[in-house]
Design a protein around this ligand. Structure first.
Ligand SMILES: Nc1ncnc2c1ncn2[C@@H]1O[C@H](COP(=O)(O)OP(=O)(O)OP(=O)(O)O)[C@@H](O)[C@H]1O
Length: 260
């Protein structure tokens, strides 16, 4: 479980996150919603070690992880997905997955000279793992395509696939649905659900698409002005008067537009 206690993140005099407190239950798929500028992405970045908090405390399974850099959190199984970097666009999807674990023997000069067989064995294992990940995500057919050539939705699946190359326990996803067609969006939702149910992943998902949230998230946490406004099932959140007020003018009653 991740406990976020009174976290603040200020940019100069601006309080982007202003005393956020929440708990992320193990094995949940928690949805994080809120109007534009509510501080969701900033909070994600603070939890994932991308930005240092101004104050507050974050613990994971009782261990203080406040301000730990991303690579240390990575080793603890806490990952935030990132867009496939431009420079990896010319590599195939399979190669992009095989890049993830790092620390392969092949990276060390000593091993390059003396451990050819071990490197070949490792590469074979990595390749098998990458192929297994592609199959799980139902995108085996793009294994040999360059990552720069695949669609936006397929890129999102590949980003998710990168988390499966390591022993991820908690994965933070920022707007996986943005610009993705419905069919692929449901493939992504299904993959998230299966990773949660079959492999015990915990997810925290920032999303503006309410159909997507409704399909996979429980609980849902709503933020506004850097604070947590409400928490509950999506139906409870939609009926909450503070939430309705925060969304006023952006049309909460039209569920497709919540957070948009
Ligand atoms: N590096 C920064 N410097 C200054 N202000 C920032 C910085 N990053 C974010 N902000 C501001 O903090 C506020 C919260 O932004 P954030 O991106 O966290 O909101 P959000 O809830 O994720 O919004 P959206 O749904 O639009 O992505 C915004 O007003 C934003 O302009």
């Amino acid at each position: 479980m991740i406990v976020i206690e009174d976290v603040h993140k200020h940019f100069g005099g601006f309080h982007a996150v202003d005393g956020a407190t929440m708990r992320i239950e193990e094995r949940s798929i928690t949805g994080l919603i809120g109007p534009n500028g509510a501080g969701k992405t900033t909070l994600f970045n603070v939890i994932a070690g991308v930005l240092p908090p101004t104050s507050g405390r974050i613990t994971m399974a009782g261990e203080d992880i406040t301000g730990l850099p991303p690579h240390e959190l990575f080793h603890k199984g806490l990952l935030r997905t990132f867009q496939i970097a431009h420079e990896f666009g010319s590599m195939t999807c399979r190669e992009n997955l095989m890049m993830v674990p790092g620390g392969q023997s092949g990276e060390q000069l000593w091993n390059t000279w003396f451990g050819r067989k071990r490197i070949a064995d490792e590469e074979r294992a990595l390749r098998a793992k990458a192929d297994e990940v592609l199959e799980f995500l139902t995108i085996s057919h793009i294994a040999d395509l360059r990552a720069g050539e695949i669609s936006g939705g397929q890129k999102k699946l590949l980003e998710l696939g990168r988390t499966m190359m390591v022993d991820a326990r908690i994965v933070f996803l920022d707007e996986v649905g943005a610009g993705v067609n419905r069919t692929l969006l449901y493939t992504i939702a299904d993959a998230i659900k299966r990773l949660n149910q079959e492999r015990g992943y915990t997810f925290v998902v920032i999303e503006h698409d309410m159909d997507f949230i409704e399909k996979i998230c429980d609980p849902v946490i709503c933020m506004a002005e850097g604070k947590v406004l409400a928490e509950g099932t999506l139906d409870e959140i939609k009926a909450n008067e503070h939430v309705i007020e925060a969304y006023l003018g952006t049309g909460l009653k039209n569920k497709d537009k919540v957070g948009a």
